[in-house]
Design a binder for this molecule. Sequence first.
Ligand SMILES: Cc1ncc(COP(=O)(O)O)c(C=O)c1O
Length: 310
Amino acid sequence: MSDISPSALELIGNTPLLALDRVYPGPGRILAKAEFVQPGGSVKDRAALRVLEDARESGALAPGQPVVEMTSGNMGAGLAVVCNILRHPIIVTMSEGNSPARARMLEALGAEVVLVAQVEGCPGQVSGADIDAASTRAIEIARERNAFYVDQFNNPSCVRAHEEGTGPEIWQVTGGDVDAFVAVVGTGGTFVGASRYLKRKRSGVYCVAVEPEGAEVLAGKEVAEPCHLLQGTGYGLVPPQWDPDLVDGFLAVSDEEATRFRRSLAEQEGLYVGFSSAANVCAAVKLIESGTVGRAPTVVTVLCDTGLKY
Ligand SMILES: Cc1ncc(COP(=O)(O)O)c(C=O)c1O
């Protein structure tokens, strides 16, 4: 009976590390954290749990107090899962640029969804200005309803979730046999947290930030194309918790490449994941083929979310 999980919270973290040997048969190997198996369907469950646990512990979040956050969908789903179990009402503000399936999923999880008109992005694709508009509304709601504002872009708990979770899990399961870590960047929590831990264990772990082609601001380029398919990432801004010292290289992935890899992951690996996951795998292949990390490296990346809501 000791194997019984008392709640869905126990399904967050400790995700399997999958070998993608069919999509990339070698030389070398791509291993991917299956973040989509978590109850909210994405990597953001980790940040949601950590933020709320830390806030409750510090007293910033009182029992039963409402929680509010701006989301592109995944953080909202993670927060809804955690809030339902810890018994906090959850309100999410979301740009109308996100797919309607996201709002439906959040409502099904019991979240109150406040849609915010797009400022400049395209339908299906959200820009930094759209994020700002949704954040402004979340801050207003926090004031009006005395709600706890998560503030995922600035909240250090979001980085800690990966520095104390994802990173150590990768190190432990690979037995330290990891040559490179490759990840897309939204708030930067995943990249910064996991890279920081891995580099602390071995400074030679090569960490690559992945950006949508045409929106490569972290690589120091002007945004030529703010509209892309990698929802949840590539907002054309440098996230406040970004740490450039952790980056060994940048790789860009086009919509066409992400679409192609998304199909390959489904058809060859049986993994129906979102576009950012596909971009990560595409970038991992590019990194290996570049020869930068040796002839047959082990490259770890992240399957950020399920493909069911695109
Ligand atoms: C689909 C998807 N992929 C990747 C990310 C990036 O994660 P992070 O915010 O940790 O950089 C997000 C963030 O919301 C996301 O929704």
